[in-house]
Design a protein around this ligand. Structure first.
Ligand SMILES: Cc1ncc(COP(=O)(O)O)c(C=O)c1O
Length: 490
């Protein structure tokens, strides 16, 4: 091992010496250039990742074989790696890639914006780009969901959503109801309504929360009735991290009624399921109801920028921040509504409708579900359930811990905790290794694979995905586990 690949801190910092261009009083540190960054090979990326980003995360990438891939380019439905291998993307950045990778209209809008030397940051002035994007988001939103706060992530949008609701509910009603297995982000505020022990760690959380089972209208009614301090309820319309879990239409319709009856504000987290993913712009539109506040992020950035938005009913927003005295309480952060990010999102929303991507998510999503249901009928001992809507699909596998041959059990028990009893890790790893297909996992249910392909996905991509999965499953549970174990030693 030479100094270039040694994994220790100091070695990683001295990977490439960039020649100084001119002598200045303040010497330039040993900085990598953009071209250096593009040229890093897998070994050097690994060193830098370990030294400066997240050594523990690398451990999981290694388990799955993802650490061998260096993505060089990405286009449409595919990543292209350092060896020219085209990887079919059914992961879709956890729902961030509605338009696919590097959509030509997004690239063109950004190129033009740059060539015209448009501004990014002009906090002192109004932004024509932020104003237009807010108009577009309001135009995509039903009812009087008209007021928009722009940020840079789903967590930031959800923080804004919880804060606007808390202020509108008033100081006597600060309590927030949230659901079991929820995921709303990892920043300190929304962590308190994200139901994962792993993410909560041992942080001191905000105390004004009430947890209910997802989709349990009686539990919600009981909570509202028994605790007059409850002013807000926050729910993902489709639980992504929970394993693609939906509640029936009647649940949402009753929820709307209960919220009106008890004066509780309903915040719908659409960060993952919004922007057309389920076959409607917002997933709650399937149920004919409108929340008081909602949030978008992920695909709102067109796959090319970081954009998050909180959208509130006008009366809710005005109650919270509607006067000159209250207007700055939660006004945009430094990067909220910056130029190129806004025009990227403006173009993304236009492309979404011009190309009929919401309708494609509905129709081709149905085709995906049909084909997966047929696969479930073929392999009932491996696939337990197929569920979801549009291009937000969960594939739950059977718990194989009792059916695995005795000889393999000790070997599996040596594996990392994350993989025990779960086929999804093995299947995800082998889909990538043997079939050039990428899928995602879920935060809380280790037996579920999450499929969130770009909304440009066509039947031919679905066919390719299903045929890969069919071929892999035809190896049987024992074959899959053996092949995975071999990949760990090989
Ligand atoms: C439903 C939901 N809400 C909020 C978030 C947080 O978004 P971000 O990771 O952009 O902060 C996520 C991210 O996965 C999410 O799925």
């Amino acid at each position: 091992m030479n100094a270039m690949t040694r994994p220790d801190h100091a070695a990683a910092r001295t990977v490439i010496a960039t020649p100084a261009l001119a002598a200045h009083a303040t010497p330039k540190p040993n900085l990598l250039s953009v071209e250096d960054a593009k040229a890093l090979d897998v070994a050097r990326m690994t060193d830098l990742f370990k030294a400066h980003l997240n050594p523990g995360q690398l451990h999981f990438m290694k388990l799955l074989g993802f650490h061998k891939v260096k993505v060089e380019r990405a286009e449409g439905m595919y990543y292209i790696d350092q060896n020219g291998r085209k990887i079919l993307d059914f992961f879709g950045g956890f729902g961030s890639l509605a338009l696919g990778h590097n959509h030509p209209r997004i690239l063109e809008a950004r190129r033009k914006f740059q060539e015209e030397k448009r501004h990014e940051i002009a906090i002192a002035f109004m932004s024509q780009y932020a104003a237009a994007l807010a108009h577009n988001i309001a135009a995509c939103s039903p009812g009087d969901l008209d007021m928009v706060f722009l940020g840079s992530s789903g967590s930031e949008a959800m923080e804004a959503a919880v804060k606007v609701a808390e202020r509108a509910a008033g100081p006597k009603r600060p309590k927030i109801v949230y659901a079991e297995n929820s995921f709303h982000g990892k920043t300190k505020g929304v962590l308190s309504i994200t139901d994962g022990q792993l993410y909560r760690g041992e942080f001191k959380l905000v105390g004004n929360t009430v947890r209910v089972p997802f989709g349990d209208i009686d539990a919600i009614e009981n909570a509202f009735r028994s605790d007059p301090e409850i002013g807000t309820i926050v729910l993902e319309t489709v639980q992504g991290g929970g394993g693609i879990i939906q509640a029936p239409a009647e649940f949402w319709q009753k929820l709307r009624k209960l919220c009106d009856q008890y004066g509780v504000l309903w915040v719908a987290d659409e960060v993952q399921c919004g922007v057309g993913r389920t076959g409607r712009f917002y997933a709650f539109e399937h149920y004919g109801v409108v929340p008081d506040v909602t949030a978008l992020a992920k695909s709102l950035g067109g796959g090319k920028t970081a954009m998050g938005a909180m959208i509130a009913r006008r009366d809710v927003y005005m109650k919270a921040y509607g006067t000159p005295k209250t207007a700055m309480i939660h006004a945009a952060a430094t990067f909220g509504g910056i130029g190129e990010a806004c025009i990227t999102s403006i173009e993304a929303l236009n492309v979404l409708y011009d190309e009929g991507l919401i309708d494609n998510a509905a129709a081709t999503g149905d085709y995906l579900l049909d084909r997966l249901n047929a696969l479930q009928a073929k392999y009932p001992k491996i696939i337990k359930e197929v569920r979801g809507q549009g291009f937000m699909v969960g594939l739950e596998f059977q718990d194989f811990s009792q059916t695995l041959p005795m000889v393999l059990r000790p070997m599996v028990s040596l594996l990392d905790d994350k993989l025990k009893g779960s086929l999804s890790g093995f299947i995800g790893a082998l889909l990538l290794r043997d079939y050039d297909v990428l899928v995602a996992f879920t935060e809380y249910n280790r037996n579920v694979i999450r499929l969130e392909p770009p909304l440009i996905c066509q039947k031919e991509h679905v066919d390719r995905f299903v045929e890969a999965l069919d071929s892999l499953l035809s190896r049987g549970i024992t074959g899959i586990v053996k092949d995975f174990l071999k990949s760990q030693v090989g």
